[in-house]
Design a protein around this ligand. Structure first.
Ligand code: ATP
Length: 459
């Protein structure tokens, strides 16, 4: 049962330390967010799951981590300088700015309802910056609006150092920046975000088959992180709405609290990007219309020995936003349950985040039953230290002295297991392990605890 509306997610994220407004002590900056102690763990776990699925579990993908700033030539060649625009309009009455393609009624101001709007104009979303100590046209650079261009620029480096043959991919997770006209819907549309991108290079002619393959593969991954297929609408983007580089794109639209909206795009970028960045463009049989006269010093092509020619691969790109994934995964995990009345206690509701265990920010909380009992505290600390060594992720020592409260907190932040150390533990060398989802409690020998957790987290 997902959240009823976005405000429930926002409030939970602030209350428990998942996400904070950036620079909030100075009034905040719209469209920028900071991830807190739990948010950073969830984010890292999502990235790890994506990387594992896209790189480690395959034998045809390599990873990179490139620079964030790129020279202006990169984005001139890629088409972003000329075409990475959104249509901007401004209300003459209240001065609000809006993106006309996202307005329900593009003739009416979303803020004050006035029809006195300016003609839409193209607004380039790239963040411009200056590179080095001199301020001339040669020092203009951009914060990358997608991680992809740096993957294309590294195509030959990766090819030469790994001896890859088609088909193969290059994956990257990292920051991207877009000066969105309106940042809205919490972390859904922000100005600084992370992308998880794969550029998968294939023989021209095999692109359509691989495009279908990646759609299916990505839907499986979304399922593995708790976002079921029936919550994702696959949209075959209409020709007129395609990005400037795309031959065909599938948008995966998740059912967010604010409505269906894009969580991932899977595009067939053809030979457009490598074609734009390669030297000897005129000698290569490019199918995409590219910007000529690149100053690139590398041939971004593979050799077809039989046909004795150079081939510029086509590329299929599954590109997912980490913040949008975070929000979808959080929303799917969000559960309010009614616990029936029992033993004189009234029925109550509990809020629990039912994350898949591998995504949970905290893997286990070790809780001594009483706060000021050194024997219990020391035993609990020792257990925490031992469990931490398993490498499963963060284990915490929770010294609140109130087990009921600790259970409620860990339900709310999605900790799959709580390990309670009580006075009997000092005698029988056993602890109580409570399961987040079933709320069942089980007595387990301390000596068996590591094996129990290892098994729990590998299931
Ligand atoms: P939209 O139409 O929502 O602006 P887009 O089609 O421009 O998105 P792409 O260029 O396909 O987005 O980028 C790939 C992915 O990067 C998107 O599917 C999304 O998950 C993420 N993304 C893009 N823009 C933003 C943003 N402003 N904030 C958060 N994530 C974003």
């Amino acid at each position: 049962m997902p959240a009823k509306d976005m405000s429930e997610l926002v409030s939970l994220c602030q209350r428990r330390g998942f996400i904070f407004q950036s620079a909030d002590i100075y009034g905040g900056m719209k469209g920028l967010y900071d991830f807190g102690p739990l948010g950073v763990e969830l984010k890292n776990n999502i990235k790890r799951s994506w990387w594992s699925n896209m790189v480690y579990e395959r034998d045809d993908v390599e990873g990179i981590d490139s620079a964030i700033i790129g020279p202006s030539i990169t984005f001139e060649q890629s088409g972003h300088a000329a075409t990475f625009n959104d249509p901007l309009t401004e209300c003459r009455e209240c001065k609000s700015r809006m993106r006309t393609d996202k307005m329900a009624d593009p003739t009416k101001c979303e803020t004050c309802g006035s029809k006195n709007l300016m003609e839409p104009r193209a607004f380039n979303m790239m963040f411009k910056t200056q590179y080095g100590p001199t301020e001339d046209s040669g020092s203009v650079a951009y914060l990358r609006p997608e991680t992809a261009q740096h993957i294309f620029m590294n195509f030959k480096n990766v090819l030469d150092t790994t001896s890859r043959k088609l088909p193969f991919g290059i994956a990257q997770i990292g920051k991207a920046f877009r000066n969105e006209i309106i940042a809205r819907n919490f972390v859904f549309r922000v100005r600084e975000f992370e992308q998880m991108e794969l550029e998968f290079f294939v023989q021209p002619g095999e692109d359509e088959k691989w495009h279908e393959y990646w759609l299916e593969t990505r839907l499986k991954w979304w399922e593995s992180v708790g976002v079921p297929r029936e919550k994702i609408k696959v949209v075959d983007v209409a020709k007129d709405d395609l990005a400037h580089y795309s031959k065909r794109t599938f948008d995966l639209e998740y059912e967010y609290p604010h409505g269906h909206d894009e969580v991932e795009g899977i595009a067939n970028r053809t030979d457009y990007d490598l074609g734009n960045h390669t030297k000897n463009q005129s000698e290569l049989n490019l199918t995409a219309h590219v910007h000529e006269n690149t100053k690139s010093n590398a041939r971004l092509a593979v050799q077809d020995l039989e046909a004795k020619k150079w081939v510029v691969p086509y590329v299929i790109e599954p590109s997912a936003g980490l913040e949008r994934a975070f929000l979808a995964i959080l929303n799917e995990a969000y559960t309010e349950e009614t616990l029936p009345a029992k033993e004189g206690k009234d029925a109550e509701t509990r809020l629990v985040l039912k994350f898949k265990p591998h995504l949970a920010p905290i893997k286990a909380a070790v809780i001594p039953l009483a706060k000021n009992k050194p024997e219990l505290v020391n035993l609990a600390k020792g257990i925490k230290a031992d469990l931490q060594k398993l490498g499963l992720g963060r284990i915490i020592f929770e010294d609140t002295g109130n087990v009921g409260k600790a259970y409620r907190k860990h339900d709310e932040i999605g900790t799959p297991l709580c390990v309670t150390v009580d006075f009997d533990s000092l005698e029988d060398n056993a602890v109580t392990v409570r399961n987040r989802d079933t709320m069942e409690q089980q007595r387990i020998q301390i000596a068996d605890l590591s094996a129990y957790l290892r098994k729990f987290y590998t299931l």
